[in-house]
Design a protein. Structure first.
Length: 107
Protein backbone atom coordinates (compact mmCIF):
# COMPACT_ATOMS: atom_id res chain seq x y z
CA UNK A 1 0.00 0.00 0.00
CA UNK A 2 1.35 3.41 -0.98
CA UNK A 3 1.25 6.12 1.66
CA UNK A 4 1.72 9.84 1.74
CA UNK A 5 1.10 11.98 4.79
CA UNK A 6 1.37 15.44 6.21
CA UNK A 7 1.49 17.25 9.50
CA UNK A 8 -0.75 20.28 9.69
CA UNK A 9 -0.54 22.98 12.31
CA UNK A 10 -3.50 24.95 13.64
CA UNK A 11 -2.98 27.99 15.79
CA UNK A 12 -2.92 31.76 16.20
CA UNK A 13 -1.47 33.92 13.45
CA UNK A 14 1.17 36.49 14.31
CA UNK A 15 3.70 38.42 12.29
CA UNK A 16 6.41 36.61 14.28
CA UNK A 17 5.62 33.27 12.61
CA UNK A 18 4.94 34.37 9.04
CA UNK A 19 8.24 32.97 7.71
CA UNK A 20 7.36 29.53 9.12
CA UNK A 21 4.08 29.33 7.20
CA UNK A 22 3.51 27.69 3.83
CA UNK A 23 2.34 30.76 1.89
CA UNK A 24 4.22 33.99 1.15
CA UNK A 25 3.95 36.83 3.65
CA UNK A 26 1.84 38.87 1.22
CA UNK A 27 -0.92 36.23 1.41
CA UNK A 28 -1.29 36.97 5.12
CA UNK A 29 -1.53 40.75 4.69
CA UNK A 30 -5.19 40.88 5.76
CA UNK A 31 -5.00 38.24 8.48
CA UNK A 32 -5.42 39.83 11.91
CA UNK A 33 -3.11 38.96 14.77
CA UNK A 34 -4.54 36.05 16.73
CA UNK A 35 -6.75 34.69 13.93
CA UNK A 36 -6.77 30.90 13.75
CA UNK A 37 -4.90 29.61 10.72
CA UNK A 38 -3.98 26.21 9.28
CA UNK A 39 -0.64 25.46 7.66
CA UNK A 40 1.15 22.41 6.30
CA UNK A 41 4.41 21.89 8.16
CA UNK A 42 5.68 18.50 6.97
CA UNK A 43 4.59 16.96 3.67
CA UNK A 44 5.70 13.37 2.97
CA UNK A 45 5.32 12.41 -0.67
CA UNK A 46 6.06 8.70 -0.46
CA UNK A 47 5.79 5.74 1.92
CA UNK A 48 9.37 6.01 3.24
CA UNK A 49 8.97 9.68 4.14
CA UNK A 50 5.49 9.06 5.57
CA UNK A 51 6.72 6.26 7.81
CA UNK A 52 9.63 8.43 8.99
CA UNK A 53 7.20 11.27 9.66
CA UNK A 54 5.02 8.98 11.77
CA UNK A 55 8.10 7.65 13.60
CA UNK A 56 9.30 11.20 14.23
CA UNK A 57 6.04 12.01 15.97
CA UNK A 58 5.77 8.67 17.79
CA UNK A 59 2.64 7.40 16.04
CA UNK A 60 1.87 4.54 13.70
CA UNK A 61 1.25 5.67 10.12
CA UNK A 62 -2.34 4.37 10.22
CA UNK A 63 -2.98 4.83 13.94
CA UNK A 64 -6.14 6.74 13.18
CA UNK A 65 -7.08 7.44 16.80
CA UNK A 66 -3.92 9.50 17.32
CA UNK A 67 -4.20 12.20 14.66
CA UNK A 68 -3.89 14.88 17.34
CA UNK A 69 -0.20 14.64 18.13
CA UNK A 70 1.42 14.43 21.56
CA UNK A 71 4.41 16.72 21.23
CA UNK A 72 6.26 14.96 24.05
CA UNK A 73 6.91 12.05 21.67
CA UNK A 74 8.66 14.04 18.93
CA UNK A 75 12.11 12.94 17.76
CA UNK A 76 13.59 16.00 16.06
CA UNK A 77 16.60 14.01 14.87
CA UNK A 78 14.42 11.79 12.66
CA UNK A 79 12.55 14.80 11.31
CA UNK A 80 15.78 16.70 10.53
CA UNK A 81 17.24 13.71 8.67
CA UNK A 82 14.24 13.40 6.37
CA UNK A 83 12.87 16.95 6.11
CA UNK A 84 15.85 19.19 6.86
CA UNK A 85 16.78 21.80 9.44
CA UNK A 86 14.63 24.63 8.08
CA UNK A 87 11.41 22.63 8.20
CA UNK A 88 12.18 21.51 11.75
CA UNK A 89 12.96 25.10 12.79
CA UNK A 90 9.58 26.15 11.37
CA UNK A 91 7.88 23.36 13.34
CA UNK A 92 9.64 24.41 16.57
CA UNK A 93 8.61 28.05 16.10
CA UNK A 94 4.98 27.10 15.54
CA UNK A 95 5.08 24.68 18.48
CA UNK A 96 6.54 27.35 20.74
CA UNK A 97 3.85 29.86 19.75
CA UNK A 98 0.92 27.65 20.68
CA UNK A 99 0.08 25.67 17.56
CA UNK A 100 -1.44 22.20 17.72
CA UNK A 101 -0.34 19.53 15.26
CA UNK A 102 -2.22 16.79 13.45
CA UNK A 103 -1.04 13.80 11.43
CA UNK A 104 -2.99 13.18 8.20
CA UNK A 105 -2.22 9.92 6.39
CA UNK A 106 -3.40 9.28 2.87
CA UNK A 107 -3.22 5.57 2.07
Amino acid sequence: MSLDAQIIAIGPYSQRIVDALEYPESDYANVPEGATIVSNVFVALNSDESNALADGFGVGPMELGRHALDLKSVDLRILEEVFGDETVRNYVLLRDTGFKFYFLPNA
